[in-house]
Design a binder for this molecule. Sequence first.
Ligand code: NAD
Length: 475
Amino acid sequence: MNRYGHVIGGVEVDSVDGKRFPTVDPWTRQSWADVALGSAPDAERAVHAARTAFDEGPWPRMSSVERGQILHRIADLIEANGEELGLADTHDMGKPIAQSVGNDIPRSAMNFRFFADHARLATAESYPMGDGFHAYSRYEPAGVVAAIAPWNFPLMMATWKVAPALAWGNTVILKPSEHSPVSGTILGRLALEAGLPPGVLNVVQGFGPSSAGEALTADRRVDRVTFTGESATGRTIARAAGGNLAGVSLELGGKGANIVFDDADLDNAVDWSMRAIFTNTGQVCLAGSRLYVQSGIYPDFLARFVEKSEAMRFGDPKDPATQLGPLSSEAHFKKVSSYLDTVAEDGGKIVTGGRGAGWSVAPTVVTGAGPNARVMREEIFGPVVTLSEFQTEGEAVAFANDTPYGLNAMVFTTDLSRAHRVAALLKAGSVWVNCFFIRDLRAPFGGAGDSGIGREGGAFSREFFTEPKAVIVQL
Ligand code: NAD
């Protein structure tokens, strides 16, 4: 059995109490790796290491050029070890290997490269006052960052937090999800191999409540908490971090609306809409889980969408041809499949899909669900999409905005004016027009309402991971 520890203060260690936990591969439904089970004393050790490295170590005092060289080496090592890292995520949570090795690994390396370069090339404001004084801004490292990651894009979400925090001179404690711990430990090892000083990136494994996660968010020596996960967890973490007045960034759940107008390029709209809901077996915060299609093309769109859904290739996530794997765990399978039982109760109909083999749910298309149906209101986080018909542009916008979430939306149209008009009216942190999931790491990323607080990406990450300072000089 493969063994993985915490990475604290530059060494891989077991838990203080020696406890471990198995991580289960949802395809084989067997445990495949054995991981150190962290608790409060391990979190304490990691915070101590990060605090000491910040207060006394070289990292915050290095130039962004020197830091950038090490971060680029980490990116190189992520690419060189892409098979091992991608396979770890695939074993841990069932992501098809074509998506882990093919997408998450290059994106993880890119996170390091982008934020290293962004910090190196950044400029700061200068404010000529014209009366014998001059003011300017400095962006100083914030301190110790706790990065708490989810299981759906284990390495990609971890690096999205760790890379900018490090690039801006902070020290970090990463807590991967208990459902996908392994790639976090490997990342910690690779960072040391790349020359990152001890204590700058610590990885502590464990659970959330009454475990390592909660201990990190409650620790007064932590200056920033960046969290991605469920909205309910986000509320708990915001309370804990708020008690210490630590800065908090929350990237939470979503219920993305996907609006397809009569004038859309139908093939393009169907293809992207499929990706929007079935990528990563629907376990995507940005999933286009509510599809609204204009009446003129509704029957045609539905027929094509169902046909393509039924043609998707389900199977062993380790097979490069697999498009759809199992859900990430037994508990998650139970949660997703429980929504299937609510469809008929709420007046809807499952046109295709339903429970599959093992812990899987087939691509599922629901029609006839009203605006208050549970499948329309709650984040299912699986391969289940609702299709609803609309008549007018105003109606589409009202339907899309009828949700407590505000993470993202998609618009398919060939009318340029409509694209911009509707994008402006949607309550969402990101709007994709005629596409999905394309990212520019300089752009703001995050959500409104139940989808979170704050934005990360480019200058937005700098804002969060630094303490901006004003210096005013008498000339
Ligand atoms: P989760 O909230 O169950 O867990 C996320 C992390 O928080 C895990 O590491 C967990 O151990 C930790 N945690 C749980 N309770 C904690 C506590 N009280 N204190 C400290 N840490 C705690 O979320 P999940 O199931 O891992 O992830 C799925 C969710 O993440 C979905 O809702 C999805 O929409 C969301 N998500 C959002 C984005 C985004 O960018 N907005 C991206 C990916 C996933």
